[in-house]
Design a protein around this ligand. Structure first.
Ligand code: ATR
Length: 269
């Protein structure tokens, strides 16, 4: 049986084993998919052991996405642009790294939530690893403009200049968020998962905008509540998690599993 795993620290909370088990069931395939807790400074060793013992592929979550990128022998262009990988695959020429997070976000927004990206004015808040992983796929969907706003303005500017060749993107401070209507506001800061407050100017989330938190469940509740109070529609990142998993499954196994039933089941649970 083909063996897969998710590496993280912590990892016990990860929904990935459950998602991939359901994908396999729905596809009539048999796979093994485990959660592996790697020590904070021991990702490379743990991942190498996994692949040396016949592991076929892995997903990688916090805090190891940059380590996963570094470990690989070859990398996709989107992983290179993100400087981070959430996906590893044992190929004949060594371990290959990819990043399926951005594709997962774009699929959730467009296919599941009906949020059109083409021509949209998009604000992404945060300029850390989570933001970096999704900027190229967002720009590939042809928004009118993408504004990256960050507490530390210099990081937002740097990130914007790195991606400018791919589309219209600017970097600003949180206070410097322009007074214009954004169709879509994405929270890519670590404030939700860390339970910290995010201070955003009130004009950032317009009435009838769409607000999206890349975190899911209780962690995202505060941001979503605020967005709804401002009259926006809002969604957490559970769909992104399921879609990046489907993209991973398809890359490993050559057939894409259906996501809708899995997302419905997870929401119900
Ligand atoms: P991740 O991998 O989750 O993106 P990260 O790379 O540490 O984690 O990045 C965290 C992001 O959340 C950064 O954009 C950070 O802003 P700074 O660059 O100014 O540090 C942002 N962030 C973290 N705590 C925040 C807070 N309390 N308010 C606003 N932004 C915050």
């Amino acid at each position: 049986m083909d063996r897969y795993a998710v590496f993280g620290n912590p990892v016990a909370h990860s929904l990935s084993p459950r998602i991939h088990a359901r994908f396999a069931e729905l596809m009539g395939e048999r796979i093994e998919y485990a959660a592996i807790l790697a020590p904070p400074d021991g990702f490379a060793r743990s991942a190498r052991e996994f692949f040396a013992s016949g592991g076929r592929g892995a997903n990688v979550t916090l805090p190891f996405k940059v380590d996963a990128y570094a470990l690989a022998a070859t990398r996709s262009e989107r992983a290179t642009l993100a400087g981070a990988a959430n996906f590893l695959y044992a190929r004949h020429d060594g371990v290959f790294a990819d990043n399926t997070d951005g594709a997962g976000l774009v699929a959730d927004l467009q296919a599941n939530l009906g949020v059109a990206l083409r021509g949209a004015n998009v604000l992404i808040v945060g300029a850390g690893g989570a933001a970096r992983g999704v900027i190229a796929p967002l720009l590939a969907a042809s928004p009118m403009r993408l504004v990256i706003a960050n507490r530390t303005e210099a990081t937002a500017r740097e990130l914007a200049s790195r991606f400018r060749a791919l589309g219209p993107v600017d970097g600003v401070s949180l206070e410097g968020i322009p007074r214009e209507r954004f169709d879509l506001v994405i929270n890519a800061t670590s404030t939700s998962t860390r339970g910290e407050p995010l201070s955003l100017p009130s004009h950032a989330i317009a009435r009838d905008a769409f607000a999206y938190d890349m975190a899911y469940g209780a962690a995202a509740a505060g941001f979503l509540e605020r967005a709804r109070a401002a009259g926006a529609r809002a969604a957490d990142g559970l769909g992104m998690l399921v879609e990046q998993a489907a993209e991973s499954y398809a890359l490993w196994r050559g057939r894409r599993p259906p996501t809708a039933p899995v997302l419905t089941e997870l929401r119900a649970a």
